[in-house]
Design a protein around this ligand. Sequence first.
Ligand code: SAM
Length: 262
Amino acid sequence: MFRCKKRLGQHFLKDKNIVRKIVNIADIQSDDFVWEIGPGKGILTEELLNHSCKLTCFEIDEKLYPIIEEKFSNRINLIKQDILKADWQRFFPENKVNIVANLPYQITTPFLFKVAENADKFSKVVIMIQREVAQRINAKVGTKNYGVLSLKMQFYFTVSYEFTVKPHLFYPPPKVDSAVISLIPRKDKPVIDNEKLFWNIIESSFRNRRKMLRNNLKVLISSERIDKLNFDLTKRGESLSEQDFLELYNEVKKVQSTTLNQ
Ligand code: SAM
């Protein structure tokens, strides 16, 4: 008998209506390339196959392999690996990929960062995650949920909060509400020549949410340079939009190059 493993985030969906709703949002067409992360016992896999897509499933739990293989045999490409450790480049087809998944919640952030790094390889990402994380991803500037995760995901993707899912629709039920979100890679993503610096500025700005930029940025920029920035440093990270951070980044670059040239 199969026993669910909490450490692998195994909360299996019970409700076929929810499964259909997720796949409808993903808008899968026949012959689309789809990746499912964690097929589990295959409730979502089954529905995806109803759309005649080319399906690759990544599953970490070897106890599930016989169940998956018996149900789907050669109708799917089963990759018996941890999605976080897998070399994605090996599995990308020529065409763009759709991701559809009821994600194991503990891998959400590292998984999404990896998706963001490879955003140009995906056409759409539809995932079930913890509601609280979905709210952070979708948060607008100035709200309590707004932070690095919101900025990062909204930098690479157009984010939509689709719907909330209650715990009783899973077996075993999780302790918290879940939500389905969709992500579509942005065509108008700002072009930045030093993304590492851009994200360092953003991460430093949120290091202590209650502190002003002037204090938070000290770990990144010398006080001498901070004083030269043409930017209101009494603000807090949570009040800055993507556009504001782009302006701050340009200021930092300007100050760095002028002081280096002196
Ligand atoms: N898709 C199924 C469903 O909706 O009922 C199962 C979803 S369950 C929330 C998460 C699945 O991801 C489990 O099958 C679990 O074994 C698998 N999983 C957990 N961590 C993983 C990882 N790092 N890489 C690949 N699969 C993983």
